[in-house]
Unconditional design. Structure first.
Length: 112
């Protein structure tokens, strides 16, 4: 198995819910840190939308391993940011048994 080339610096962001003062809440993204990563596209696919076909492009993002519960370990529901590009993290798993690297299944989103 080849060693990943961690050459892209991504910002890891987590969603925070804050009260808006009117009985509701707002969601904001806060920086949790930066990670070096390898970003590789997965196989794209097309699905049927309401009026037009929609295409989705999954990504496989590899980062250094971190222990369960560590602040530097990405979680599903968080996201990576690379400049204006945003990658929503769908799932995180160890690359192999030694846990040296993590693989994050992600999809690119339009930034809000």
């Amino acid at each position: 198995m080849r060693v990943p080339r961690l050459h892209r610096r991504l910002a890891l962001e987590g969603e925070m819910v804050t009260p808006d003062g009117a009985g509701g809440f707002s969601r904001v993204w806060s920086l949790r840190g930066h990670l070096w990563a390898e970003v590789a596209p997965g196989s794209g696919r097309e699905s049927g939308g309401i009026e037009v076909p929609l295409s989705t492009q999954p990504f496989r993002i590899t980062v250094r391993g971190a222990a369960q519960g560590a602040a530097s370990r990405p979680l599903a529901g968080q996201r990576f940011r690379d400049g204006s590009r945003v990658f929503a993290i769908l799932a995180v798993t160890e690359r192999n048994a030694d846990g040296r690297y993590l693989i994050c299944a992600a999809r690119e989103e339009e930034p809000a």
